[in-house]
Design a protein around this ligand. Structure first.
Ligand code: MTE
Length: 346
């Protein structure tokens, strides 16, 4: 996916047909890169195996190797530490969690690679301590918090949430964290604060360039203030009873379970309360496909595929093909959007 500026080029010299064809070509390219497992260099197993079967076989093998020899698995021996003292949340689903090995080996974290298996390999030596999170903008009490302070913002809870990626697959993940609203209340948003803007850590020395990853870095996201204050919106600091592995967004990330996964920004360093709707990384990359709201909605298709169903991955060679639910099944958020046309505000 070329940069947006490159795509536009010197528009005054370019014919309409050329521009239209370029846009179509760019979309096809973008979709094959961003919406599936991809490698352009040579024909791979994934190119000749049905996608669904291929993904599940990989996850099944990963789960198997973890069971057969935890120390032999590259993903089981991480430096994650056990978390304790967290309570179980009534917001948890009773659906079966996806195996740890799948959740931590099949990731989207473009800063560390655009293939699903790359973040776990490339983020291995990523240092997440010391870490500082700044919270400012339209607030009366801006804050700079280190990890110790972050862990004390509110009591930790385990929340088992469904996690639906815009690509059409889903997991069930037992996160550990606290509601974002606990943090936002501490900084006291002013009456001007209408939105919350989030920014990921970015270090070009240990991460891909924007050009290589084909999306803008630092990764940025945003929520409306009432969405950010909703009790389901979580700051996650762990999963499966341990601190977050780097590939899942260590040391802290956002988790917004009723929205497509790309809203759940990883490795947070900056939160700003703002008056106007903030820009977001995927919306900047392709606004027709990735809206600001990005609520899971089986009735609004992605330009390249239906969103009516999803593959629940990680439970065996064949994933479970299930119907996607409005707001990913989190009906309690519906009132946030009453009166809004969700086809327009996708
Ligand atoms: N955050 C950052 N900083 N960079 C990313 O590439 N990918 C997003 C989101 N947060 C992404 C990110 C996408 S597309 C998804 S689906 C989820 O993280 C994936 O989270 P997981 O790897 O823990 O399943």
């Amino acid at each position: 996916m070329p940069h947006k500026e490159d795509r536009k080029g010197p528009v005054w010299l370019i014919s309409t047909t050329w521009r239209r064809n370029t846009t179509i070509r760019w979309r096809r390219y973008h979709v094959s890169r961003a919406m599936s497992i991809h490698k352009t260099s040579s024909l791979r197993y994934s190119d000749v195996t049905p996608r669904r079967e291929y993904i599940n076989r990989r996850l099944f093998l990963a789960a198997g190797s973890a069971v057969l020899g935890a120390l032999a698995s590259p993903f089981a021996a991480g430096a994650e530490t056990k978390l304790s003292g967290y309570t179980k949340s009534p917001f948890s689903t009773d659906e079966k969690p996806t195996p740890y090995s799948a959740v931590t080996s099949y990731n989207n974290y473009y800063e560390f690679g655009t293939g699903k298996d790359e973040p776990a390999k490339n983020a291995k030596n990523y240092r997440t301590s010391p870490w500082m999170l700044s919270i400012g903008g339209e607030v009366t009490k801006p804050k700079m918090l280190d990890l110790d302070a972050i862990m004390k913002v509110a009591p930790l809870e385990e929340r088992i949430y469904r996690h639906r990626c815009v690509e059409g697959w889903s997991f069930v993940i037992p996160w550990i964290g606290f509601p974002l609203n606990a943090l936002l209340k501490q900084v006291e948003p002013t009456s001007k604060a209408k939105y919350v803007a989030f920014q990921s850590y970015y270090d070009p020395k240990q991460m891909l360039s924007s050009r290589a990853a084909q999306i803008q870095f630092p990764y940025i996201e945003g929520l409306r203030l009432d969405e950010a204050m909703h009790p389901l919106t979580l700051i996650s600091v762990g999963l499966y009873g341990q601190t977050l592995p780097p590939q899942n967004g260590a040391p802290l990330r956002l988790t917004v379970p009723w929205k497509y996964g790309y809203k759940s920004i990883k490795s947070l360093v900056k939160i700003r309360l703002v008056e106007k709707q903030p820009p977001t990384t995927w919306n900047l990359a392709w606004s027709q496909a990735y809206g600001f709201y990005s609520n899971v909605n089986p009735q609004v298709d992605h330009p390249t595929h239906s969103q009516a169903t999803e593959e629940r991955l990680g439970s065996g060679i064949f994933g479970q093909h299930i119907k996607t639910r409005m707001f990913n099944g989190y009906d309690q958020v519906a009132s946030l959007y009453s009166g809004m046309n969700l086809r327009k505000y996708y």
